[in-house]
Design a binder for this molecule. Structure first.
Ligand code: COA
Length: 258
């Protein structure tokens, strides 16, 4: 179904594996088109409650945008390329279903940007993060200058952006870029463990958490006002009635997502 992705659905967790291991899973046009189509598939499918994005092979999550596609582009074409990548990564960031990056090796350039567009990140101990675009006479184009500052703060982000420095998984964890570091073998299991917990919660409330937390970084939205609206909206859901009743009746809630 996809040229460049492997997908599987197990226990309501949809795993997307970017599958160009011989090119370290570099993001070419086909990968972007496939990711866009996968996002189309995720949103309406009730069997999918959450998503993992990872990379094929032992070396890389994603080693960046496919540099071979940069050759000969003019300014307008490059801007269109950045816009398309940003739009797809914004779809990931704004997905109402949790999307976690399981970073299993190099996450460089567009790969780091893809991981940062996900709601949070888990890394294997061989993961390496960086924005090496300045080595190519470039800056990041898929949101990296913005999200790296948001996630690790301006000072360290500036250093990494300007120096093309790479950090390992443990430093990424210290900086708050990743939530957990595991062995390579335990990476997907750890992601699934956390998503299984999240999947047991009220889906509309989970979606509300994503929307309101993202509002912190959206100047067009007042996050506190949005929180009031989303909080109020929860009171119109079956799941809120079920959650509160279950607590008062000392039983486990069963959420319908309505
Ligand atoms: N775009 C296109 N192809 C890429 C790529 C990218 N971003 N990253 C790796 N590849 C390709 C290599 O060209 C090579 O292909 P080949 O076997 O046909 O020559 C293959 O993937 C393996 O990469 P290689 O460089 O041989 O692996 P390595 O272990 O020696 O080095 C990296 C790994 C990640 C350090 C190195 O591949 C690299 O620096 N990649 C580019 C990272 C980058 O600048 N990303 C930002 C892009 S904006």
């Amino acid at each position: 179904m996809y040229q460049t992705l492997l997908t599987s659905l197990e226990n309501n967790i949809f795993t997307i594996t970017i599958n160009r291991p011989d090119k370290l899973n570099a993001l070419n046009k086909d990968v972007f088109n496939d990711l866009n189509r996968a996002l189309d598939e995720i949103e309406p499918d009730a069997a999918i409650k959450s998503v993992i994005i990872t990379g094929a092979g032992p070396k890389a999550f994603v080693a960046g945008a496919d540099i071979s596609e940069f050759n000969g582009l003019n300014k307008e074409q490059a801007m269109a390329m950045a816009k398309k990548g940003q739009d797809i990564f914004a779809r990931i960031e704004n997905s109402s279903k949790p999307i976690v990056a399981a970073v299993n090796g190099f996450a460089l350039g567009g790969g780091c940007e893809l991981a940062m567009a996900c709601h949070f990140r888990i890394a294997s101990d061989n993961a390496k993060f960086g924005q090496p675009e300045v080595n190519l006479g470039l800056i990041p184009g898929y949101g990296g200058t913005q999200r790296l500052v948001q996630l690790i703060g301006k000072g360290k982000a500036m250093e990494l952006l300007m120096s093309a420095g790479m950090i390992d998984a443990n430093e990424a964890k210290q900086l708050g870029l990743v939530n957990y570091v595991t062995t390579d073998g335990e990476l997907l299991g750890q992601a699934k463990k956390i998503l299984t917990i999240i999947n047991s919660k009220a889906p509309l409330a989970v979606a509300g958490c994503i929307k309101t937390a993202n509002a912190v970084f959206d100047e067009s939205v007042n996050g506190y006002d949005l929180e009031i609206k989303e909080f109020g909206g929860c009171f119109d859901t079956d799941d809120m009635k079920e959650g509160v009743s279950a607590f008062l009746e000392k039983r486990k809630a069963t959420f319908s997502g309505k």
